[in-house]
Design a protein around this ligand. Structure first.
Ligand code: AMP
Length: 187
């Protein structure tokens, strides 16, 4: 993007299973934005074993949000490094205090909300099965295995990730809704 072009500060919101990753990758490619994902930032810290990563793991393992101050510091610090770039922020803000903190630091140009019906998301999430040895992913509707319940190349049984089981998927969706409705109202 040329130096005279005003930088674009964008947020994308969408429930788990709303195809946020796919949509985000198309947007960033098309508009030449940097993709800043709060989940990725946390996972990178966890992999590196940083203080934030160790703390984040205890919350993520319990299915809880990372404390507001830690998450906000991490996200804003990352954006500070992108001073010359337009960006698409993904996964942050997830709460109203985070949205307010972001607003104090940046003028947000656009908020994209992927409004996918609950039932469609539930179907998508619970249709995902994984072959544990290789990590191959099957989606029952789009990429179904030749024989239900087994990995194509090896014929071995595959499993459903804990996150993709119907009861967990519904819990995740409900939690997402409860948190983000306040952020959407804010915007
Ligand atoms: P994600 O990959 O966006 O689903 O994030 C994975 C996990 O990281 C979430 O389940 C939360 O525990 C944590 N997390 C990601 N973004 C945030 C955020 N903005 N605020 C608090 N916790 C977050």
């Amino acid at each position: 993007m040329g130096a005279s072009t005003r930088l674009l500060c964008t947020v994308i919101m969408g429930a788990p299973g709303s195809s946020k990753d796919t949509v985000s990758s198309r947007i960033i490619k098309h508009l030449e934005l940097k993709h800043v994902s709060s989940g990725d930032l946390l996972r990178q810290n966890m992999l590196r074993g940083t203080e934030i990563g160790v703390l984040a793991k205890t919350f993520i393992d319990q299915g809880k949000l990372i404390p507001h101050d830690v998450m906000t510091r991490l996200a804003l610090h990352e954006l500070k490094n992108l001073i010359e770039h337009s960006w698409l922020l993904d996964g942050f803000p997830r709460t109203r205090p985070q949205a307010e903190a972001l607003d104090r630091a940046y003028q947000i140009d656009t908020v994209i909300n992927l409004n996918v019906p609950f039932e469609v998301i539930k179907q998508r999430l619970t249709a995902r099965w994984i072959y544990p040895t290789s990590g191959r992913v099957y989606k029952i509707e789009f990429n179904s295995p030749k024989t239900v319940g087994t990995d194509d190349p090896t014929g071995e049984p595959f499993v459903q990730h804990e996150d993709d089981k119907p009861e967990t998927a519904i819990k995740r969706l409900k939690a997402y809704e409860a948190q983000t409705v306040l952020v959407l109202q804010y915007y």
